[in-house]
Unconditional design. Structure first.
Length: 164
């Protein structure tokens, strides 16, 4: 994966030099953000980090992927709040699928908060299916917890080639 140009934006591998910007967007977008250290640990452990930038160089979004046995696990996908709703999430998902296929893995797995309706719609439109639930997975307000919906995108499924 090297800086692939897509109209007015491009994807490139996430590096240590991107982490201050990544952490800043993470804090803007999420009530319970990953720390800069979480991203640094992911890169150190050999996970795939992807940055999506505007041709001006501004960071639009990013994602982190972890290969696990025969599939890829999408650990984090985030689009800067000011850039949401313009296809950046779809671009990142397409790149995640491309990397997963290149690794000859069977599919892509993720967790999403049930309260994140926008993300769930995106994943369902992309072709992800709900396969389960993880109880009390995410931190929530007032020291409570929120479940996670587990979703999977399989390359054997109907329409898998339509998303690329």
């Amino acid at each position: 994966m090297s800086g692939v140009l897509l109209a007015d934006r491009y994807v490139s591998p996430m590096t240590e030099g991107d982490l201050d910007e990544v952490a800043a967007i993470e804090k803007l977008a999420y009530e319970f953000p990953w720390s800069r250290g979480n991203f640094a640990d992911s890169l150190r452990n050999g996970y795939f980090g992807i940055c999506l930038r505007h041709v001006t160089g501004a960071l639009i979004g990013y994602c982190v992927l972890m290969p696990v046995v025969d599939e890829m696990h999408l650990l984090n996908l985030c689009v800067a709040p000011a850039s949401q709703g313009a296809g950046a999430g779809l671009t990142l998902l397409r790149e995640a699928v491309r990397i997963t296929r290149a690794g000859k893995l069977d599919g892509l797995l993720l967790e999403v908060r049930p309260s994140n309706h926008r993300a769930i719609r995106l994943y369902e439109q992309f072709g992800f299916s709900s396969i389960g639930r993880r109880k009390n997975y995410y931190p929530a307000r007032h020291r409570s917890r929120e479940d996670a919906i587990v979703m999977r995108f399989s390359f054997a499924g109907e329409g898998a080639d339509d998303v690329l």
